[in-house]
Design a protein. Structure first.
Length: 218
């Protein structure tokens, strides 16, 4: 089975999401730029990000902050989100079960995949970090998915674009392909994914089939 992260892997969403999150933080009086949001929270569950910001700042976010951020992100996604280049071709090639396991809430996953016409490759196998107690970099979400899909963890391949996501896959006992081809990928992402434990890194989704074949042969 191949388990895909959503944001930054299937859809080129990270620049949109970090821009929205930063804007809403600043509006609420928390000086977090898009670069800071990306550096510290890429791949993390939104609820965990909000909690850590409150602890660091020593004060609470507005009561409706999470709902405001979610609504703003979904609006941007519906009008601007695009699928990652060549990902539909890669998904069409891949045989066998595949699913999505993202730190995002389920409604955000669904809107992202519906907007980019990728949901047909995965529905109903969509899993959110909200399904488990501990999200990435803990292995809980990936182990939860393997259980739901009735497949042993060691037979799963994960595709991730963040070090925390790679670390989660490795901790779950799965093989991990790092993806460093999104528009948000900096010059050090390839190295950081490898340091987190990725068994291989690709920068173009056209290379995904070959990477999957290689890992399935291990």
């Amino acid at each position: 089975m191949v388990i895909f992260d959503c944001n930054g892997v299937l859809v080129d969403s990270e620049p949109l999401a970090t821009s929205v999150v930063s804007r809403e933080f600043i509006r609420a009086g928390f000086a977090l730029t898009p670069d800071i949001v990306a550096r510290y929270f890429t791949g993390r569950r939104p609820a965990d990000m909000f909690a850590e910001v409150e602890i660091a700042a020593g004060r609470k976010l507005p009561q409706d902050f999470a709902a405001t951020v979610t609504a703003a992100i979904l609006q941007r996604f519906r009008t601007e989100l695009r699928a990652t280049a060549h990902v539909a071709r890669a998904l069409s090639w891949l045989r066998g079960p595949k699913c999505v396991a993202s730190s995002s809430p389920l409604d955000r996953i669904r809107v992202a995949l519906e907007t980019t016409d990728l949901i047909r490759y995965f529905e109903p196998y969509l899993y959110s970090g909200n399904d488990v107690r501990n999200s990435k970099p803990a292995p809980d979400l990936f182990l939860h998915v393997a259980g739901k899909m009735h497949i042993e963890a060691r037979r799963c391949i994960v595709v991730e674009d963040s070090p925390v996501g790679v670390a989660a896959g490795v901790a779950a006992g799965m093989r991990v392909i790092g993806f460093a081809g999104g528009s948000h990928a900096g010059s050090h992402l390839d190295q950081n994914l490898r340091l987190a434990g990725a068994h291989g890194v690709i920068t173009d989704m056209r290379a995904l089939p070959g990477a999957v074949i290689e890992l399935r042969g291990w």
